[in-house]
Write a protein that binds this ligand. Structure first.
Ligand code: FMN
Length: 112
């Protein structure tokens, strides 16, 4: 039809190393029903996520990609490009370790 599809929200879905990350594939599929999804995964979460099971249109980035795509000043930086791309970032599942990171940032803003 000539009607334009309304654009879908861009969601950056992030997995951290909780055992619940075995459900990350399902999360990607459910979000993909209404959003454009890109995924990031911590090294620990990769013990639980089966990369080959993710929907084929969901690109999964890891910390290694951050460094393999950057060699010199002036090159695009992956986390900045993803930040520009995304409308929102959702961290699910959230490990206690990853939870502590924004909390310590908040702590620094508040107390130092
Ligand atoms: C089998 C297994 C299950 C785990 N489940 C959890 C969990 O449910 N929640 C949690 O916070 N950490 C859990 N952990 C510990 C995290 O994987 C660990 O703290 C890791 O450093 C988290 O790293 P990340 O936050 O960079 O993903 C589990 C570890 C293992 C080996």
């Amino acid at each position: 039809s000539w009607e334009l599809e309304p654009s879908r929200p861009r969601v950056l879905l992030a997995a951290s190393g909780s055992v619940a990350a075995i459900k990350f594939e399902s999360l990607c599929r459910v979000f993909s029903e209404w959003a454009e999804v890109r995924a990031v995964a911590t090294k620990s979460s990769l013990h639980f996520v089966d990369r080959s099971s993710l929907p084929s249109d969901v690109i999964l980035y890891t910390d290694d990609d951050e460094w393999s795509t950057w060699t010199k000043i002036g090159d695009e930086v992956l986390h900045i490009e993803l930040r520009k791309w995304a409308d929102i970032m959702v961290i699910a599942p959230l490990s206690a370790n990853t939870l502590s990171k924004p909390l310590s940032f908040q702590h620094r803003l508040t107390f130092h």
